[in-house]
Write a protein that binds this ligand. Structure first.
Ligand SMILES: C[S@@+](CC[C@H](N)C(=O)[O-])C[C@H]1O[C@@H](n2cnc3c(N)ncnc32)[C@H](O)[C@@H]1O
Length: 398
């Protein structure tokens, strides 16, 4: 089939493209777009060729590309590796329809990095810290046994290693692969401490590998036993109630969750472990409890932002939530949180007092009472049922 797409996006590694079609699109384009180092690799083979340097603002370059396409010129955009994988194709397809674009990928930097490491990566996760905050990359890197992280000048490998150590990461093997495919390619094998003390090319791929016992790793289990969390005087949502509350929260894959009146942090910590790209805020008025939440989160290997303060005032500076759990603070906290929830957001609150629960039920719409009897042995004679305090779980979707 003849390729009629007016814009070719061609991946380049070390000055090479993959395949005769890709080379032809580069050589015959009327307009060639790319970073100076990519443009320098290719000379036009027939007639004059307009060249656009991608070093400037990317939106302007994409506008220029769209303008040339509208005027009927053939355009070829050069980009590193696989431009469809965390690359320029995402931005271009927001501006040009995909039938107008044909991508000719070269191996991505991530594939090259696993290649120099000599490891298979069909079981690895990939996250980007390139041109975005670390909020998504850190939770994945903390809990995934095998992850590749794309870095940038604001989030270089040494900073990511320091953040992982600060959040209580297990020991990890780290491989930093820089300038892949270029003559000055470098590959450093180290660990998190070594990486945190290093100084790397910011345009690197960082491989983070957990070689520890796989049975120690976090699983999708929820309703963890209370003994997993350091806590004050029984101030914890019991595991059976927590399991129901987490179910009612119907956790999204991304977004923001508030755990208000967080106590030991158990609800927010479990939510963070279940949905690793979720940004979790735990709000707790007591300083000592807040410190315990941070320690519990680190021990569980998850990232939780702990806010020490009194809700609802403490909620003011926080990003609007997609999910809220209220375990302490009462009705004014429920009402203030409900107002901040976006459409489709879910709020779950637990109460011991019936009067408060009835009020919350009026606002939220759903309520159950959970009354748990735990089975405990009486010596060798048999078992008896030990009742826990009944708890009301109220929830609603905005
Ligand atoms: C029952 S405990 C919550 C248990 C928690 N879900 C857990 O599993 O550990 C209630 C917590 O809410 C906190 N709290 C109560 N009112 C608060 C408020 N207005 N703002 C912040 N924290 C509050 C208390 O200090 C206490 O730690």
């Amino acid at each position: 089939m003849v390729d009629t797409a007016p814009v070719a996006v061609v991946g380049v590694v070390g000055g090479e493209v993959v395949g005769a079609d890709a080379r032809e699109r580069v050589e015959q384009a009327e307009v060639l777009v790319g970073a100076p180092r990519h443009l320098a690799y290719f000379e036009p083979s027939c007639g004059p060729q307009l060249r656009i340097d991608l070093a400037g603002p990317i939106d302007q370059a994409i506008d220029a590309i769209a303008g040339h396409v509208a005027e009927g010129r053939t355009v070829c955009v050069l980009a590193s590796g696989d431009p469809g994988f965390f690359g320029i194709v995402r931005l271009m397809s927001a501006r040009l329809e995909s039938p107008r674009i044909r991508v000719h990928p070269a191996p991505s930097s991530v594939a090259l990095a696993w290649g120099v490491a000599g490891l298979h990566w069909d079981d690895a996760e990939v996250v980007s810290a390139h041109g975005r905050s670390l909020a998504q990359a850190l939770p994945v890197a903390l809990t995934s046994p095998k992850v590749a992280i794309l870095t940038d000048p604001s989030n270089p490998p040494e900073l990511i290693a320091r953040e992982l150590l600060a959040r209580g990461s297990r020991p990890r093997k780290v491989i930093v692969a820089s300038r892949l495919g270029e003559p000055d390619q470098s590959v450093v094998h180290t660990d998190l401490s070594g990486a945190s003390a290093g100084s790397f090319d910011p345009l690197s791929v960082m491989l983070v590998i957990d070689e520890g016992d796989p049975t120690d790793r976090p699983s999708i289990a929820w309703g963890w036993p209370e003994r997993k969390f350091a806590r004050r005087d029984g101030m914890i949502t019991k595991s059976e109630v927590r399991a129901v509350a987490l179910g009612k929260l119907s956790l999204p894959r991304t977004g923001v969750l508030w755990d208000v009146g967080a106590g030991s942090g158990s609800v927010g910590i479990e939510a963070a472990a279940l949905s690793r790209a979720l940004r979790v805020y735990a709000v707790e008025r007591h300083g000592a409890d807040a410190e315990r939440i941070a320690a519990n989160a680190a021990a569980a290997g998850v990232a939780v932002d702990v806010i020490t303060g009194d809700a609802p005032d403490a909620l003011a500076g926080m990003p609007d939530p997609d999910r809220v759990f209220v375990g302490g603070g009462g009705l004014d906290v429920v009402e203030a949180s409900w107002k901040r929830l976006g459409s489709g957001g879910v709020l779950v609150a637990t109460f011991v007092l019936l009067d408060r629960a009835v009020e919350a039920h009026r606002l939220l719409g759903d309520m159950v009472q959970i009354h748990v009897n735990r089975c405990v042995p009486i010596g060798s004679a048999g078992v008896r049922l030990e009742p826990l305090n009944p708890v009301f779980v109220c929830w609603g979707e905005r």
